[in-house]
Each structure stands twice: as C-alpha cells, then as structure tokens.
Write a protein that binds this ligand. Structure first.
Ligand SMILES: [Zn+2]
Length: 375
C-alpha cells in the first residue's frame, strides 16, 4: 500500500461540501493501524466506523493537517495581520485540509513579537503559537532577520511574559548559546516543545540539550550544522537519535528527495513532522508581487523568491507537502507526518476528515463532533 502514488495533481484540491458519505473502501489509519478498511460515516454521531474491506481502496481518509511551523499564507503574514485577516487565512487553510496550526513568529523586536502574539487566539484552529527566535545562532539565520537575534537572557527580562505565556507551544532556539540549558529545562518542564533550529550545535551539544528536555529539530537540514564525518553535527543527531522529532519542509526545494529519503529511513514513523514553514506567499497566484518582512518578493510555483532569484521562505501549504510525501514515501508516512504526529505533539485529536481520491485531491471534507462542517 505504500506504493500508492497520486497521479496528476492540481495546486489546490477542489472539495465538495457535503455530509453524505456512503460506505467506501479507503486507505486509513484505522483500528489495526494503516491499511484498507470499509469506512462508514454516521451523519448523526458524526464519526467513523471501520470494518473489513469489501474490495480495493478507492479513497484515502486523512485526518486534518496540523502545522507546527507556519508564518502565514494566502497573502496574510502572522507578524502584521489583524485578527480578521488571520481568520480569513484559517478559512482558506481549512479548505486545503488543515485542522490546526501554531502561527509562528519570525525573529523580530520584542514589541513586534508581542503584537503578533496578541492575535494568536484569533481563530479556533490556532492552538497556541510558535516562537521562532530570537535566541538563534547568528551563523545560521536563514531567512530570519539577523539584526533582531538576541542573546538568551540569563536573568529576568522583558521576554519573560512571552516565555511564560500559556499559548507558547513551541520555541525554536539554538541550544549551544550561553544560557540555553536553563531555558530548555524551564520551558520543556511545562510542556513547551523545545525545537533546535537555526543552530550550530555539535552532535554532543544536541545530545546534552535532549537530556535537558529539547525534543525536536526545526526544519531539519535547513539552517543547522550539517553532518560531517568527524563531527556529526545537528543533522547527524537528528538522523541518529530516534527520540528526536524532526520537522521537514518537503517542497523538494528546501530539502532534496535524497536527503529526505535518508531522514525517512532513519526515523521511526512517529517522529517525522511535516511543516509548511509557509509565508504569506503560499496559495498566492504565480507572479504575484508582495511586500514581506520588508522585502519585495515574487511568488513562483510553490516557492517565493526575492527579485534577484534568492529563495525567500516557503510557498507551500501542508497539502503540497502531503502530496509530495505521498508520492515519494507512501501514504502512511504522509498521514503520520502531516496529521497524526504533529497532532499528538500538540494534543490535537482528529476532528476534520479529508477524503482524498487516489490522484491526491481532496474530494470531500467531514467534521466530527457537534459542530457541522461549515464550508
Ligand atoms: Zn520558520
């Protein structure tokens, strides 16, 4: 079943708003794990029941996507958006399969970060926020504005209210920075996902941070110390330590298929976390010109670049990542990486259900619980 691949695909799936679903044979993660089931939807209880299949699967049943790392989409940027704009973005993301997300800040001033976070409850789909920076390595800023990188405060600081905010679900930091040990312990102890990224940490420094509670790597391979045969680096630790959850931007641009294959082969299936790391450019028409983080950017085909051609962040949503993962690594890996694993990390249980045809398009969405689907 891992060999099922989508064929021709459109950028965004068409969906059918409808609560009628007659029993069908589907690929799903069901009571016996991943396999083919006959799935029946109860429109009154609004839940699935599974029985043995009566024939080959015609569809794939995929829990709503959960994105732990997303800066914006559909022309909306978390750093500057109003609550109304964020709600509009959430509606668009729902149409492409999202159930939940943690809107993510970029490295910025304290005032700008606080302003962004003040909108982190704009929509029910938002389940807290992710602080990316400012405590990152100046050696690996990636697209983060370097001028706002901060040392980790070793005493009480103006950043404390943000670090103590109950909505903080994930922080991306460089664990080798002075003061990181205390911050990692303090945050991981209260359940914040401490993710190592934009980092120059050696293999040993990563293992030290893991012992203190760090548990994830941010966009694995990108903006981190690479694997060297004498010093395996952050990447080596991410590949080798099966406890570490590993984010992956799988647009096939940020990480090649070969490097992604290595990650998929090394990691237990429950440790791969697909993220979009998307910017406001995701979902915008090709050729659109936008102002983003003070830069003039042009939207390309599932990518966004500066006018001189430099990559300026990600232009995919998790739907694109899901389709790419399905095509390259099979449906089971795609479902775990885009829905189940990030959902478990954030305590989100499946509520939205995406029905995909075997070409990789969403053809119907259903929602569990009392609230009827409203798309
Ligand atoms: Zn990011």
């Amino acid at each position: 079943m891992g060999t099922v691949t989508p064929g021709s695909r459109s950028r965004y799936a068409e969906y059918v708003s409808d609560v009628v679903f007659s029993a069908k044979n589907v690929f799903a993660v069901g009571p016996q794990g991943f396999g083919t089931y006959r799935a029946e939807w109860s429109p009154t209880a609004r839940e699935w029941s599974f029985s043995p299949p009566t024939g080959p699967a015609e569809l794939a049943l995929v829990p709503g996507f959960v994105d732990m790392h997303i800066h914006g989409a559909f022309g909306v940027d978390f750093m500057t958006a109003s609550s109304d704009e964020l709600r509009q973005m959430a509606r668009e993301l729902r149409r492409v399969g999202y159930q939940a997300l943690t809107p993510t800040t970029v490295t910025a001033s304290l005032a700008a970060t606080k302003e962004a976070v003040s909108h982190a409850e704009a929509d029910d789909m938002f389940v807290g926020f992710h602080l990316e920076g400012p405590f990152i390595s100046p050696k690996h800023p990636g697209a983060q504005p370097s001028s706002f990188i901060q040392p980790i405060p070793t005493e009480s600081s103006d950043w404390d209210p943000l670090l103590e905010d109950a909505g903080l679900r994930q922080i991306t930091l460089a664990p080798e920075l002075p003061g990181a040990d205390d911050l990692i312990s303090r945050l991981s102890r209260r359940g914040v996902v401490v993710s190592m990224g934009h980092t120059d940490a050696t293999f040993e420094q990563v293992e030290h941070a893991v012992a203190l509670g760090a548990s994830q790597t941010t966009h694995t391979y990108n903006a981190m110390r690479p694997l060297h045969h004498r010093e395996a680096g952050t990447v080596g630790a991410a590949l080798l330590d099966s406890d570490i959850y590993t984010e992956l931007i799988y647009d096939r641009i940020h990480v090649s298929r070969a490097a992604a294959s290595l990650l998929v082969r090394c990691k237990p299936i429950d440790r791969l976390i697909a993220v979009s790391d998307s910017t406001m450019a995701a979902g915008m028409p090709i050729g659109a010109e936008l102002k983003m983080w003070g830069l003039d950017v042009v939207v390309g085909d599932k990518q966004v670049r500066l006018k001189d051609g430099t990559l300026a962040g990600s232009g995919i949503t998790l739907l694109d990542a899901f389709q790419n993962l399905w095509e390259d690594f099979g449906l089971e890996a795609a479902i775990y990486a885009c829905s189940i694993n990030p959902g478990r990390r954030l305590g989100v249980s499946p509520k939205l259900w995406n029905l995909f045809n075997l070409e990789g398009h969403i053809i119907q969405q259903l929602e569990s619980g009392e609230k009827p689907a409203d798309f």
